[in-house]
Design a protein around this ligand. Sequence first.
Ligand SMILES: Cc1cc2nc3c(=O)[nH]c(=O)nc-3n(C[C@H](O)[C@H](O)[C@H](O)COP(=O)(O)OP(=O)(O)OC[C@H]3O[C@@H](n4cnc5c(N)ncnc54)[C@H](O)[C@@H]3O)c2cc1C
Length: 512
Amino acid sequence: MAYIDLSYMKFVYNSIDLPLEEVYDYIVVGGGTAGCPIAATLSANYSVLLLEKGSVPSAYPSVLRQDGVISTLTLEDDGKTPAERFTSEDGVANVRGRVLGGSSMINIGIEWDMDLVSKAYQWVENTVVSPPNVSRWQSVVKEGLLEAGVRPDNGYNLNHIPGSKVTGTLFDNQGRRHGAVELLNLGNPKNLRVAVHATVERIIFSSNAPRRSHQAFIRGKGEVILSAGAIGSTQLLLLSGVGPESYLSSIKIPVVHPEPYIGQFMRDNPRNYITILPPFQLDASTPQIAGITSDFYIETFSGLPFSTPPFSVFPDPSFSTKINSTFRQIAYKVPGPLSYGSLRLQSSYDVKVGPNVRFNYFANPLDLARCVSATRKIGDLLSTNSLKPFKAQDLPGIDGFNFFGPPLPMNLTDTASLETFCRDTVATFWHYHGGCLVGKVVDGDLRVKGINALRVVDGSTFKFSPGTNPQATLMMLGRYIGVKMLKERLVCKACYSCNIIQHFNRDDLYPK
Ligand SMILES: Cc1cc2nc3c(=O)[nH]c(=O)nc-3n(C[C@H](O)[C@H](O)[C@H](O)COP(=O)(O)OP(=O)(O)OC[C@H]3O[C@@H](n4cnc5c(N)ncnc54)[C@H](O)[C@@H]3O)c2cc1C
């Protein structure tokens, strides 16, 4: 990719500049990782309004640069900044994207999980993926992983397969980010309208509802698509009266459609990590390699300069001092996970008040056992010849490293101390998902069960976080469902009964 293609800017508007009332074929709520590709795809044949509560990425230049990753995550959250902070009830600091392009614009940019839906992946990959210029540190860790038995060497590979590999990345060789926002460039400019600073408050299921300052409607066989992310879509459904009946009634939200599983099965992959300070300066890098086994995935990043403690990157309060640019973090993730929690509203009327989320990290013993097994593998990795030069002192095994923050337990045979390490150092990989699970809340085509013309297309539908990292699958999903919807409309053209059903099920959406 030679440059960042900003052609989408010609159909991006500030929400206050849009007419007070408009009608579209499709309204997509949330211009994120899945929302951008689905909006672009549907615009091929139909009018589409994409509503994003955040700003355009260029409003925050650090968003568009690889060396801006940490500074974006550490920007003080003023209610508008691209990384919206929240802390789960587990006490783990976290962030979610609040910018056109969603979390794909603030993330670390790693992983491309090519799969059966290869055409949709290809569409995405051609626009935003690059092979990385692998840094020295990343190569060292990959060699170390191979020495430690995470084999085979899968070279540069976009598949999620066991072994060690170099991954694709959103950052090109000039350090520029290419996120989901660029998929909008593939839309039809005549049909696609994107509104930023457009916070959707709720979906109204009746054309007789009280008027709002801005309102948008869908027509005919159109649909509303929620792509506001695991937390945003789940919150919006509850605020709109779709959710567990007794819960909604208890907080005085009129029940439009009872659905017991909304807000249930919220999951987040635990991130555990060690950070070392080698005795010399080395290049900075975002993750470019991955070690994959059935029990855990290992990644690393390094030396990103910062002057304040990076929120949610190093949640440990002891990281309050300024450190130089030499740190190396080796992080590992439990796949799945099996442990889950739930989401509950903090405010029953104000969408701007984030919900309470609990993930119950390691509640399931298998998640903990996998973390223990990964921690042992980190011990093997640190004991390899590849990692030796990074020791502060020439000592055997895992001894001799200068740990920054919690050190790896010295006795790797003591399962209890490894379990304590897992629990005590748990952070987030930011791959939280669930809340509107497929099979429970939405059907296989991601339609909300029992409601016509409403779908949820984002990470809230996932039972497991897919791939080594989820964003490729989310972009693919937006494209895939969009193409399927276009095909459905072609089939439906001749179908009289279908027209009647749609006629009696118009959804109205009232963005502020
Ligand atoms: C810091 C960080 C690092 C990560 N690193 C990686 C990585 O390296 N690789 C990887 O594959 N994945 C990574 N992830 C995870 C991945 O980015 C997310 O899982 C994925 O982007 C989520 O996609 P989504 O479409 O479900 O939601 P999002 O991309 O978050 O999109 C949701 C959008 O909806 C908008 N929205 C929410 N509520 C409303 C509302 N009421 N009205 C209007 N708009 C609304 C939000 O502003 C946002 O733009 C990371 C995530 C984070 C936060």
